[in-house]
Ligand binder design. Structure first.
Ligand code: TRP
Length: 455
C-alpha cells in the first residue's frame, strides 16, 4: 500500500516538473502566432500528428536515456558510448541560444504587466494594438525590460531561490489554465469570432505547405523542451518505478492542451476585432496586440484587472522556464570548467546580455540588419528551432536506432515488467520514419534559409 502511494506521488511529481519546464512562452506566445501564420487548422493538425508520433517517440527516448544513465545530456551520451558525447554537446548549445531571446520576450511580458497594473490597457489596445509595434521599435525601453527580466532570472538562479518560485508557480499554473479557458470562451463568443474558430479548427489543405511542417516540427521541439538535453536531465531524476510511457502521454496532453487553448484565446479575437486578413502578418506580436483588445472590451477597471492577472501568470510561466534554461546553461559551464556558482552565473548573465541585446534592438534601431533575411530574434529562433534541434533529434534517433539499438531503451521503459504499448511506433519512428523525415525537412529548410529554393 505504502509503496503504491509513493510511486503515485513520484509520478505526479515528475509529470508536473516536466510539464512545468515544457509550459511557457512557447505555448502561450509562440504557438498561436505560428498557427495564425501557417494555416490555422492545417497547422494544428500537422502539429497534433507530429506530437503523437514524433514527439512521443523522442520524449520517451530522451527520458529513458536520462533515467538509464542517471546523468544529464553530455555525460549521458558519453556513458552510453564515448564516441557520441558530441551529441550531448550539440544539444547543450540550444539553451544557450534560446535563453537570451526568451528573455527579450519575457521583457515584453513584463512591460504589458506594467501597462495593465498602471491602468493603461486601453492605450495598449488602441489602433488594433499598434502600440506594440511602436513599443518594440523604441531603442531603449524594450532593452530596459529585457534587462529587468534577465536580471530577475539571474538573481533567482544566483541566490538559488528557484524553489520558492517553483512553489508559487505550482499554484499559478492551474490558475493560468482556468483563466486561459475563461478567456478562450469569452473570445469565441465575441461578434465575428466564429470565423476565427473555424479557421483555427478546420484544416484547409490549400493552406498546407512544406513550411507548415517545418514550423510545426520546430514548435514541437521548442514547446516540449525536446532536442536540447532538458528531458534527459529530467529523466535522470525520475524514479525507476514510474512509467515513462504514461508520463510522456500526460506531459504531451498538458503541453498541447495549453497551446491549443492559447490559440483559441487569440485567433477568434483577431477575427472579431480586425477580420481574418489581419491574422498572418502580425507575427510574433500577435498575443501582445490582440489580448489587450480582448481585455479592454470588458471595460476600464475590469480590463486592467484581468490584464494584470493574466500577464502576471504568463510572467511566472516565463520565469520558471527562463530559470530552468539558465540553470541548465550554468551547470554545463560549471561541469566543464569547474567554475564557482557565482562566477558562472555572472558570466552567463553577461553572455546572455550580449546575445540578447541584438534580439531586442533588432525590432528598432537595428531593424535594417538582417541575417538570412531575418532580424536577430527571428534568426536565433530559426537557427535553434529549425536547424540545430532537428540535427540533434536526427543524431539522437540514429544513435538509438543504430548504435545502442532501441532495445537498450525499451528495456528501460519496460522495467519492472511494464508493457510498452506503443513499442512498434517507437521503433519505427526512431529507426526509419523520423530520420528520413528530418533529413528532408532539414535539407529543405536550409536551402530555403539560404534562399536557394523558395517554398
Ligand atoms: N518549452 C518552453 C516553452 O514552451 C521553452 C523551453 C525551451 C524551455 N527549452 C527549455 C524551458 C528548457 C525550460 C527549459 O516555453
Amino acid at each position: 500500500m505504502t509503496q503504491k502511494r509513493s510511486s503515485f506521488t513520484g509520478k505526479i511529481g515528475f509529470v508536473l516538473a516536466a510539464a512545468g519546464s515544457a509550459v511557457g512562452l512557447g505555448n502561450i506566445w509562440r504557438f498561436p502566432y505560428l498557427a495564425a501564420q501557417y494555416g490555422g487548422g492545417t497547422f494544428l493538425i500537422t502539429y497534433l500528428i507530429l506530437a503523437v508520433t514524433f514527439g512521443f517517440a523522442l520524449m520517451c527516448a530522451e527520458i529513458a536515456i536520462g533515467r538509464k544513465t542517471g546523468k544529464s545530456a553530455i555525460h549521458a551520451f558519453s556513458d552510453l558510448n564515448k564516441k557520441y558525447k558530441f551529441i550531448g554537446w550539440l544539444a547543450s548549445i540550444v539553451p544557450m541560444i534560446i535563453l537570451p531571446y526568451y528573455s527579450v520576450i519575457g521583457g515584453w511580458v513584463s512591460k504589458y504587466l506594467f501597462l495593465s497594473v498602471s491602468g493603461n490597457i486601453s492605450t495598449a489596445a488602441a489602433n488594433d494594438g499598434q502600440y506594440f509595434s511602436d513599443f518594440i521599435a523604441k531603442p531603449f525601453e524594450p532593452l530596459g525590460w529585457f534587462l529587468l527580466f534577465m536580471g530577475l532570472t539571474a538573481v533567482i538562479v544566483l541566490f538559488e531561490v528557484e524553489k520558492g518560485i517553483e512553489k508559487v508557480s505550482k499554484i499559478m499554473m492551474p490558475v493560468l489554465v482556468v483563466l486561459t479557458i475563461g478567456i478562450a470562451i469569452y473570445s469565441m463568443t465575441m461578434p465575428g469570432a466564429l470565423g476565427g474558430v473555424l479557421y483555427y479548427i478546420k484544416p484547409n489543405f490549400s493552406n498546407f505547405s512544406f513550411m507548415t511542417v517545418l514550423a510545426a516540427l520546430g514548435q514541437l521541439f521548442y514547446s516540449m523542451s525536446l532536442a536540447m538535453g532538458i528531458m534527459i536531465t529530467y529523466g535522470s531524476y525520475m524514479k525507476k518505478e514510474v512509467s515513462i510511457e504514461s508520463s510522456v502521454h500526460q506531459i504531451e496532453i498538458f503541453d498541447t492542451g495549453i497551446a491549443f487553448l492559447a490559440g483559441l484565446m487569440v485567433i477568434p479575437a483577431v477575427f472579431s476585432f480586425s477580420g481574418g486578413e489581419a491574422l498572418a502578418d502580425k507575427g510574433p506580436g500577435l498575443m501582445f496586440m490582440v489580448l489587450p483588445q480582448v481585455f479592454n472590451s470588458l471595460g476600464g477597471v475590469m480590463g486592467n484587472v484581468l490584464g494584470t492577472v493574466f500577464f502576471m501568470l504568463v510572467l511566472f510561466a516565463a520565469l520558471t522556464s527562463s530559470i530552468s534554461l539558465m540553470e541548465t546553461v550554468v551547470s554545463i559551464f560549471r561541469d566543464k570548467f569547474g567554475w564557482g556558482r557565482k562566477v558562472t552565473c555572472i558570466g552567463v548573465f553577461i553572455g546572455c546580455l550580449l546575445l540578447g541585446i541584438p534580439s531586442s534592438l533588432g525590432h528598432g534601431p537595428w531593424a535594417s540588419v538582417e541575417i538570412l533575411g531575418k532580424n536577430f530574434l527571428d534568426f536565433f529562433d530559426f537557427i535553434s528551432n529549425s536547424v540545430i534541434m532537428p540535427i540533434v533529434a536526427l543524431l539522437t534517433c540514429l544513435f538509438i536506432g543504430y548504435v545502442i539499438k532501441p532495445k537498450t531503451l525499451i528495456d528501460e521503459i519496460e522495467l519492472g515488467g511494464r508493457k510498452f504499448k506503443n513499442k512498434p511506433l517507437f521503433v519505427w519512428m526512431i529507426k526509419y520514419i523520423a530520420p528520413v523525415f528530418i533529413v528532408l525537412i532539414l535539407a529543405t529548410s536550409v536551402l530555403e534559409g539560404f534562399g536557394v529554393i523558395s517554398i
